[in-house]
Design a protein around this ligand. Structure first.
Ligand code: HEM
Length: 336
């Protein structure tokens, strides 16, 4: 896993991002938007059916399913593999926590090994039968760059694997958490019903209020001083994004969940500004999939609010006991 994008430094990181280009450009996003809109309708149909016979788990039925349906379609993966890939990413993420237990590390290592085999097989299939998909495209790009097939395979392998790891839990959590926060703040939900143009603002406010990734790490290349604290070369600095998002010096009244925050609490018809939250990181490692995550959450929320059903929470959500990668494991809702 040492060759994954977030662990690379310039110049290798720069070369890699340059070779990748704009992975989610306008036309790819437009195509994925159409996929998301169809997928969202299917998932909400199933949720609605289940709700007629009692409370149902939004996480199991909707938020865990949507991201793998979109990424799977984009990468051209067989849909029968989706559940396996979801399970493996849940197991793998333990090693990205601050203090994993020995058994969590063992679970994570086993999941990493299975994911590595999965993507090694995928690359071989794409080599013998290239298609119109990103894995085939990356193979062409790296083969053209240096002609070393073994190197190409190693690069594409780490890219494909990391895309899956980066995309699934984070986006699932964003979707579940947006709904949770809106159901817990019913006046905000009412506001969205009256002003659907605020839906992207609600997604941004969720990213700020409770970011899917609470912490990112950096290693100091030289002795330096950060916020008045000396940091020696080689020391790791943990950047607490979740805490920064509740800094009153930067976000007035930070503990309020307010979908109008981006508009300065003004008239909702006023201009919307991009917030300066750090949920997708910052600088050279800024999240490559941010537009896709935003697209999925917005598509889901828009479709849900257009439906006649009204939801309510039927119990407290359950959470994975983690610090770095937030994960709601169940969110039971019923018809209001
Ligand atoms: C709500 C969903 C998401 C969140 C909160 C999120 C968050 C982040 C954060 C914080 C980073 C920076 C890590 C660092 O600086 O060390 C990052 C990087 C990255 N993300 Fe995301 N991400 C999300 C969805 C996605 C999706 C859907 C994809 C791909 C399909 C993706 C692909 C990546 C990649 C490739 C990087 C590494 C960029 C680099 O190092 O150059 N992410 N993400």
């Amino acid at each position: 896993m040492a060759q994954t994008l977030p662990l690379l430094n310039p110049p290798i990181h720069t070369q890699m991002r340059r070779a990748l280009g704009n992975v989610f450009n306008q036309s790819t996003l437009a195509a994925l938007h159409r996929v998301a809109e169809r997928a969202v309708q299917d998932l909400l149909d199933e949720l609605t059916d289940r709700l007629h016979s009692g409370p149902a788990d939004f996480v199991a039925l909707v938020s865990e399913k949507l991201p793998i349906m979109i990424i799977g379609e984009w990468m051209g993966l067989p849909s029968e593999d989706y559940e396996l890939l979801r399970d493996l990413t849940h197991d793998q993420v333990h090693t990205q926590e601050l203090f994993p237990t020995p058994s969590e590390i063992a679970t994570s290592d086993a999941a990493t090994a299975r994911l590595q085999t999965y993507f090694a097989d995928l690359i071989q299939r794409r080599r013998s039968n290239p298609g119109d998909d990103p894995v085939s495209a990356w193979i062409r790009v790296w083969d053209d760059l240096d002609g070393d097939r073994a190197h190409t395979d190693a690069v594409v392998h780490s890219l494909a694997l990391f895309m899956i790891l980066a995309a699934l839990e984070t986006t699932s959590h964003l979707i579940a958490n947006t709904l949770r926060l809106l159901l817990e703040h019913s006046s905000q939900l009412d506001l969205l019903r009256q002003h659907p143009e605020l839906i992207p603002d609600a997604v941004e406010e969720t990213l700020r209020y409770d970011a899917p990734i609470h912490l990112v790490s950096r290693v100091a290349p030289t002795d330096t001083v950060l916020g008045g604290m000396p940091v020696a070369a080689g020391e790791t600095v943990q950047l607490l994004i979740g805490a920064a998002h509740h800094d009153p010096a930067h976000f007035p009244n930070p503990h309020a969940f307010d979908v109008r925050r981006r508009r300065g609490h003004q008239d909702v018809g006023g201009p919307s500004r991009l917030t300066s939250h750090l949920a997708f990181g910052a600088g050279i490692h800024y999240c490559l999939g941010n537009a896709l995550a935003r697209l999925e959450a917005t598509a889901l929320l828009s479709a849900l609010l257009k439906r006649s059903i009204r939801l309510r929470l039927t119990g407290a959500p359950t959470w994975a006991p983690r610090v770095v990668f937030r994960r709601i494991t169940s969110l039971y809702v019923g018809l209001a």
